[in-house]
Ligand binder design. Structure first.
Ligand SMILES: [Zn+2]
Length: 563
């Protein structure tokens, strides 16, 4: 010990595995769970002793339960690397939970795991650096510095089991003492469990892996095996060309055609369209909405596992002989087009539209033209748009669409005023309007086809209202701006006629609420596909089919059993 090394460098604290886990659990509950405590106690008066006791009790519960869980899993060898990884992930999780009110449930984690690099890059902002230094680097350095005590196995098992039992007893007691208050608080905030970190993402990860093992991807269960096409006699049918433009993050509240005070859809307003101003989205994220809107069951009987394990509308169309193509300018088709022809647009596809990372939606028109050129039969093309994907709204349109100013140019929404955020968001809608109108004008010019276009957004967006940003809140508590999306339909005269639709009736609009649930059934109707899976009540165009002879339900063969 005669070296010149300072004492602090030679001295290293020695802690037991249990003590390390307890310190980490205390740190997580105290410093990483701000979003949870804000949700539960943000509006409470903490000078009230009852409230303070409730906060202390729930704090104890979080610490003890996390301690027990980690103590059950970690060993002397794994404690340091696992805790280091947890500090890093939890620092990231708490940053986004605080900033964007992200609820880390399996849905949200799926979103995150399937995010493409360009999307992820936009969420890595400069203010992450101090967060990572403070909440990841420092605790990890302390962890590395600490020595882990070594003990005989028998004694370890005894101490560990004792620790877990004590922790669970303390948690149980804390809950018991406060039962009435805690139960009512947690009943009113059921979503709070998705804010307890790191438990939230660990349990979400566990559930996702369990589901993946139970239903491996690529094994979609067939649906609508009785599906077949009805060809209307005597219509001199031309090939059908239907474009399904799936918008991103466009909300009804800011859509000109949905009644927004600002005209954000000037070009579409000039066209002859069927407009559904407020459609109920199936979810508040792409990951939920996309598979759901292409499924027969939708939100009304929502069953995520079933939707993920079954074929989509596109598989049914493909099976009855319609050519299907998915063109993606987003984060992929989330299983909807699995096994079907798809084209992902790379970020450097065309310098006229792309910046190396992403392409503006204008690139979809030349892609569609090429697809139409290459096909001669009935064709359904899904255009999955980049749309208004946040937070970088200002990167979703070319400079000539920067009409509402000043705009938020920062990736950090907190750097901008709400008006600047809304301006950038509205400019992106203005560009979507232009892209959709261009697509429709192109389809109008295809006189050799019976053409149509259906546009619907996947979910809405919060632009700072009540402190919420972006989307993905649990459906039960999501504000209307995240759930209500615009939808519009353009049908050529030829398609109206071949689908047997009465134009006067169409203009009268639809009675009742329209939801993503309608898409599956309406597209089957439009393309003359009969199957027992199709529910005519959910076909937007059913009421406008002239004459009983065109009732699709009547054409299901007597022996056609549902699949
Ligand atoms: Zn989306």
């Amino acid at each position: 010990m005669a070296s010149g090394t300072p004492v602090v460098a030679r001295w290293r604290p020695t802690l037991s595995v249990e003590a390390l886990i307890l310190l980490a659990s205390l740190a997580f509950a105290a410093a990483y769970n701000g979003a949870l405590w804000k949700l539960l106690f943000g509006t409470s008066d903490l000078t009230d002793p009852g409230k303070l006791a409730l906060l202390a009790g729930l704090f104890l519960v979080v610490v003890c339960v996390q301690f027990a869980g980690l103590a059950l899993l970690l060993t002397r060898r794994t404690v340091k690397p696992v805790l280091a990884l947890l500090f890093l992930c939890t620092a990231l999780a708490s940053f986004y939970m605080d900033r964007y009110t992200v609820f880390l449930n399996p849905e949200m984690l799926r979103n995150i795991l399937r995010t493409d690099p360009a999307e992820a890059g936009e969420l890595l902002t400069g203010s992450l650096i101090p967060q990572l230094l403070l909440y990841a680097a420092i605790p990890i350095a302390l962890l590395v510095w600490t020595r882990v005590q070594s003990r005989p196995l028998g004694r370890s098992i005894l101490i560990r089991s004792g620790g877990i039992v004590v922790a669970l007893l303390v948690a149980g007691l804390a809950l018991f003492v406060q039962y009435k208050d805690a139960a009512s608080l947690l009943r009113n905030h059921r979503e709070a469990r998705d804010l307890v970190t790191p438990t939230n993402y660990l349990s979400a990860l566990f559930r996702i892996s369990r589901d993946a093992v139970a239903a491996p991807p690529g094994a979609a269960r067939p649906i609508a095996l009785d599906a077949h096409r009805l060809m209307r006699a005597g219509t001199g049918r031309k090939p059908t060309l239907l474009v399904l433009a799936i918008g991103e993050t466009a909300r009804s509240a800011n859509f000109g055609l949905s009644g927004y005070a600002r005209q954000t859809t000037p070009e579409l307003a000039q066209l002859d369209l069927l407009v559904y101003p407020r459609v109920q989205a199936c979810g508040t994220s792409t990951e939920v909405s996309l598979p759901c809107m292409f499924a027969p069951i939708g939100r009304r009987d929502y069953d995520e596992k079933r939707i993920r394990s079954e074929e989509s509308l596109l598989h049914v169309l493909n099976r009855v002989g319609v050519e299907v193509l998915w063109i993606d300018n987003q984060s992929g088709c989330k299983g909807v087009c699995a096994g079907l022809v798809q084209e992902r647009i790379p970020g450097d596809a065309d310098p006229a539209f792309c910046d190396g990372e992403r392409c503006l939606d204008g690139i979809l028109l030349p892609r569609l033209e090429a697809a139409v050129q290459a096909s001669s039969g009935d064709l359904v093309v899904v255009l999955h748009m980049l749309g208004n994907h946040g937070p970088a709204y200002s990167r979703r349109y070319p400079p000539e669409f920067r009409k509402f100013v000043p705009t938020c140019e920062s990736l950090e929404l907190s750097d901008c005023s709400q008006a600047e955020i809304v301006n950038a968001y509205d400019n992106a809608l203005l560009y979507t309007d232009h892209v959709l109108a261009s697509l429709i004008r192109y389809l109008e010019s295809r006189s050799g086809r019976d053409a149509g276009l259906i546009y619907v957004s996947d979910h809405g967006e919060s632009l700072g209202e009540s402190g919420f940003y972006l989307h993905g809140l649990p459906y039960r508590i999501a504000p209307a701006v995240q759930r209500e999306v615009p939808m519009l339909v353009w049908l050529s005269a030829g398609l109206r006629q071949s689908a047997g639709l009465n134009p006067d009736c169409l203009q009268q609009g639809v009675k009742g609420d329209v939801a993503h649930d309608h898409l599956f059934h309406s597209v089957l109707g439009l393309l003359d596909v009969a199957t027992l899976v199709r529910e005519p009540a959910l076909d937007l165009f059913s009421p406008c089919r002239g004459g009983s002879g065109t009732s699709l339900a009547a054409h299901v063969p007597a022996g056609g059993a549902p699949s």
